[in-house]
Design a protein around this ligand. Structure first.
Ligand code: HEC
Length: 235
């Protein structure tokens, strides 16, 4: 059941979820370092990638991440996944002692960017890091969802939601709840959940082959509105 749960979520197509997506991104890392774009609001991923590859951006005479981790000390997904909880500490250590930049601290956009870059490239969003109890609630919810017991699914997913830690799981659970509410003919609740899913993870998608066209259309109408609203803000 566990496998099924995460594989159906992977089917929803968030970036870097399926092992395959992660692999592609890893393979494409050998591209030349990115250029600093002018007058453009960077996404956390883009900011993280810049810091990872260029020392000009970090503005110190230390090395950039790629100098070590794209040559002698390659990062490996399985090792990173096992130590997911310790990664912020490890990256802080690299920043302070290797890159020699102590200003990039957890909580800054730069630090969040580096985390987002590593999480996306190595598919770490999909690594389950939840409390086993919460994980059980999620699995029960997903099981009932698959059986078509939407009231039951709603009960478990709503209980799991406030206890979830990772943005990845929060976004996916909002999508499932949105679908549940849509099926239960509560479109306003469905829209609220879709909105929260997209706000938590703007890259989130639903697999059009798994759900009804009406549900998929509702999801994308909400997503388009939010994405359009965000572009408006940055002007
Ligand atoms: C001068 C070389 C150097 C630079 C520059 C450097 N690191 Fe590291 N990094 C290391 C070493 C050495 C380790 C420890 C390897 C180990 O524990 O196996 C490490 C470990 C890590 C790990 C944990 C790897 C694992 O498998 O557990 C991560 C993640 C990491 N670095 C990210 C970064 C990031 C992000 C940057 C840039 C902000 C960076 N590093 C810059 C040398 C470097």
């Amino acid at each position: 059941m566990k496998m099924w749960f995460w594989s159906i979520l992977a089917g929803m197509g968030a970036i870097g979820v399926a092992a395959g997506a992660g692999q592609d991104l890893v393979a494409s890392r050998a591209v030349p370092p990115p250029q600093l774009p002018k007058n453009k609001k960077l996404t956390p991923f883009e900011l993280g990638k810049l810091i990872y590859y260029t020392d000009e951006f970090v503005g110190r005479d230390g090395k950039n991440c790629a100098a070590c981790h794209e040559s002698k000390l390659p990062l490996r997904r399985d090792a990173l996944a096992k130590r997911k909880k310790e990664l912020p500490k490890q990256i802080q250590w690299c920043l302070a002692t290797r890159v020699k930049n102590e200003e990039i601290q957890p909580g800054t956009p730069e630090f969040d960017g580096i985390m987002e870059y590593i999480y996306t490239v190595y598919g770490l969003h999909a690594v389950v890091d939840e409390d086993p109890k919460v994980d059980r609630l999620m699995n029960l919810g997903a099981e009932l969802f698959a059986d078509g017991d939407f009231e039951g699914a709603k009960t478990y997913l709503e209980r799991a939601l406030p206890q979830l830690q990772s943005k990845y799981h929060i976004a996916q659970t909002h999508v499932m709840l949105g679908i549940v509410f849509h099926v239960l003919a509560e479109p306003e609740m469905a829209k609220d959940h879709f909105r929260m899913a997209v706000e938590t993870d703007p890259t989130i998608d639903v697999d059009a082959s798994l759900f009804s066209p009406k549900t998929v259309e509702l999801f994308y109408s909400v997503k388009r509105k939010i994405v359009a609203g965000q572009t408006e803000e940055f002007r």
